[in-house]
Design a protein around this ligand. Structure first.
Ligand code: G1P
Length: 289
């Protein structure tokens, strides 16, 4: 079945980016000239997604405002002949059909996804975490959708990470099925280095079948006292219902300062208005170091 819907959990408190995120949602921080969240929505749209549900909280209304029209600003830009700016401002509002639901309580990623059950209905759906942006030739979520459609299974996106960071992630135990494709045999959320199954970490992209909602409904709190998506997905493993794709692309964790800066530099180097200038600026800086 075609994947046409996506869920973006964006109800976290942004505590790794304080004080910047005290009043600005971390998903709305500017990555060169667009908010982080727009990159994630553009990835989904490029992969054929039409309807997107953002799971928010009471501090995040800037997100709904951004993906809406803003007539006063648009008239002003039109009158001033600023066509390019006008086009960009409107494009953000027209990217997709965007829906919102509030998580209401901070109970974890599994709970945030469970809030999407009425929006999703009974078709497979994509999940893109609001912190993780991907630079890749083919949209990462599209790579997962291809596998989900071909095998009629739930699919998670993984890459190998180093021992230094593996304990920050969901980790899989898996056996290879085909090029870059694995059958997931078990999962663990944020294991210690001694316990980890492997260095294959789940990095913010999933395509899930709706049977996950029944599991999440009854899921008890796990790591950090929160309802973990990983614990729910683990239950699909004994029935061979979960695959992993080692996706092609570079993932940035924009929810922490270093990941945010790495992404900013790479996107600014790619950007036609800033690329050449930034290269020169970095060269000059490096000379002085
Ligand atoms: C979440 C998931 C984790 C995943 C990570 C990165 O953790 O629970 O399994 O590996 O995102 O995408 P968080 O970073 O929200 O603590």
């Amino acid at each position: 079945m075609k994947v046409r819907k996506a869920v973006i959990p964006a109800a976290g408190l942004g505590t790794r980016m304080l004080p910047a995120t005290k009043t600005v949602p971390k998903e709305m921080l500017p990555m060169v000239d667009k908010p982080v969240l727009q990159y994630i929505i553009e990835e989904a749209v490029e992969a054929g997604i039409e309807d997107i549900l953002i799971v928010t909280n009471r501090a995040k209304s800037a997100m709904d405002d951004y993906f809406d029209y803003y007539p006063e600003l648009e008239h002003r830009l039109e009158a001033a002949g600023k066509e390019k700016e006008l086009e960009e401002v409107k494009r953000a509002a027209d990217l997709a059909n965007i829906f919102y639901v509030r998580q209401k309580e901070t109970k974890g990623l599994g709970h945030a996804i469970w809030r999407a059950r009425r929006f999703v209905g009974d078709a497979p759906f994509a999940v893109l975490l609001g912190d993780d942006i991907m630079r890749s030739p083919k949209p990462v979520i599209g790579q997962l959708i291809d596998a989900a459609e071909a095998y009629d299974a739930s699919v998670i996106g993984v890459q190998q990470v180093s021992d230094e960071v593996v304990s920050k992630y969901g980790v899989i135990k898996a056996r290879p099925l085909a090029d870059r494709l694995f059958a997931v045999e078990d999962m663990q959320e944020k294991p210690t280095l001694a316990e980890k199954f492997s260095n294959y970490a789940v990095l913010g992209r999933y395509v899930l079948r709706p049977d996950v909602f029944d599991i999440l409904e009854n899921q008890t709190p796990g790591y950090g006292g929160e309802i973990q998506l990983t614990d729910g997905l683990k239950k699909l493993c004994p029935e061979n219902k979960l695959l992993a794709v080692e996706f092609e692309g570079r993932r940035y964790d924009t929810g922490n300062l270093k990941g945010f800066l790495e992404a900013t530099i790479d996107y600014a180097l790619d950007h036609p208005e800033t690329g050449a200038w930034l290269k020169e600026f970095i060269r000059e800086k490096a000379r002085g170091l």
